[in-house]
Design a protein around this ligand. Structure first.
Ligand SMILES: NC(=O)c1ccc[n+]([C@@H]2O[C@H](COP(=O)([O-])OP(=O)(O)OC[C@H]3O[C@@H](n4cnc5c(N)ncnc54)[C@H](OP(=O)(O)O)[C@@H]3O)[C@@H](O)[C@H]2O)c1
Length: 332
């Protein structure tokens, strides 16, 4: 299984660590080895004539460059090498157009897409999914929502006969972490800095604190779980910046940035923003470095799933799991 990596930051480097440490488990489960044929970062794209070992790529990247012996190329050159999948772990762009252009080209070339990047799916869902269906291409996006906590594969493979009546959850780690710290009286800037040090928050954290990151995830959830074709334009959202320090001190212990999706009398409703929760609300049991959700279904009962800790390693694990699912389906 040949893969082209886009993005070698917190998630990308953890993916390389997992591919290295779990090489035998992964290739045995997939029936084939995972071969990295190219890697891109903000400096450009490196093409590898021979597949590069994850450890060698990681060691070179940690030192600040690509390993020696690569050829510089473009996305077109990558696609000419016929990767089975493009693995997108690059930063979200505001309009999703950079990623959209790459995905459409990849689909035309017969490459599947695995992504942790929310922007293209939150802004161009219909176009990407229509094109993928037409060309019999898979778009796997488990890591786009709730980090390492499975949602899309869980619903698809374990709740097959059920409809999702409601989704209620915390899906944005940075916002959850920063708000929890602020409710303890910690200053906003210090809380963000801590989140960055832990690899939770990106360098530009404003997408998280404005609520945009959670809104992107809410759109993807609506589209994937409720068969919508929403984009960010269809929803209103709020973030930490809308809260005053007094609000946070007064209600912070019970206030969470939540996503709520539900069907009410045949009408679909979506909420992405702050709510002061009731004492018994499941989301109040989710810790400051955790993510999770409650699903009410018609046939599979009420299900609650959460991580006790989440971060880039868990997100990378979700990406690797999607690679393994794809590898098995290609083998078949
Ligand atoms: N961190 C998490 O826990 C988490 C959870 C869920 C989803 N995500 C999503 O996963 C993606 C990666 O997150 P991250 O935390 O790893 O971000 P990050 O640490 O900021 O890393 C981003 C990586 O992308 C590279 N890059 C920048 N522009 C690029 C371009 N045009 N083409 C290809 N690569 C480019 C960067 O290059 P340089 O190395 O040269 O800077 C860097 O290697 C984001 O879309 C994020 O929203 C992250």
């Amino acid at each position: 299984m040949k893969v082209a990596l886009m993005g070698l930051g917190n998630v990308g480097r953890n993916l390389l660590r997992i591919l290295d440490e779990e090489e035998n488990r992964i290739s045995q489960a997939c029936g084939s080895a995972i071969e990295i044929i190219s890697a891109s970062d903000s400096s450009g794209t490196a093409l590898f004539r021979q597949p590069i070992r994850p450890k060698d790529l990681l060691n070179a990247k940690v030192k600040g460059s690509f390993p020696t012996g690569f050829t510089e190329g473009s996305i077109d050159d990558v696609l000419e090498m016929k990767p089975d999948a493009i693995i997108d772990m690059s930063p979200a762009t505001k309009d999703g157009n950079r990623e959209l252009g790459i995905y459409l080209k990849a689909i035309k070339h017969g490459s599947h897409i695995i992504t942790a990047n929310k922007s293209p799916l939150a802004l161009h869902w219909k176009e990407i999914m229509d094109e993928a269906r037409l060309n019999d291409i898979s778009i796997l996006h488990e890591a786009t929502v709730a980090g390492g906590v499975p949602i899309f594969n869980f619903v698809k493979f374990s709740c097959g006969p059920s409809s999702i009546i409601t989704f209620h959850g915390i899906v944005s780690l940075t916002a959850n972490y920063v708000l929890n710290l602020m409710a303890k009286g910690i200053d906003f800037k210090y809380a963000v800095k801590k989140a960055q040090e832990m690899g939770i928050a990106e360098a530009d954290y404003t997408d998280d604190t404005s609520g945009l990151d959670a809104a992107r995830k809410s759109v993807i959830l609506a589209n994937a779980l409720y068969n919508r074709n929403y984009t960010l334009k269809d929803i209103k959202y709020s973030g930490i910046e809308q809260l005053s320090p007094d609000d946070i001190m007064e209600h912070g212990k019970k206030m969470r940035l939540v996503t709520d999706l539900k069907m009410v009398n045949g009408k679909f409703e979506l909420f992405s923003g702050f709510r002061t929760l009731q004492d018994e609300d499941f989301c109040l049991t989710i810790g400051e470095t955790s993510l999770g959700y409650e699903l009410v279904t018609n046939n599979s009962g009420t299900l609650r799933l959460y991580s006790t800790h989440d971060g880039p390693r868990e997100t990378a694990s979700a990406v690797v799991n999607d690679i393994m699912i794809l590898a098995r389906s290609i083998q078949r």
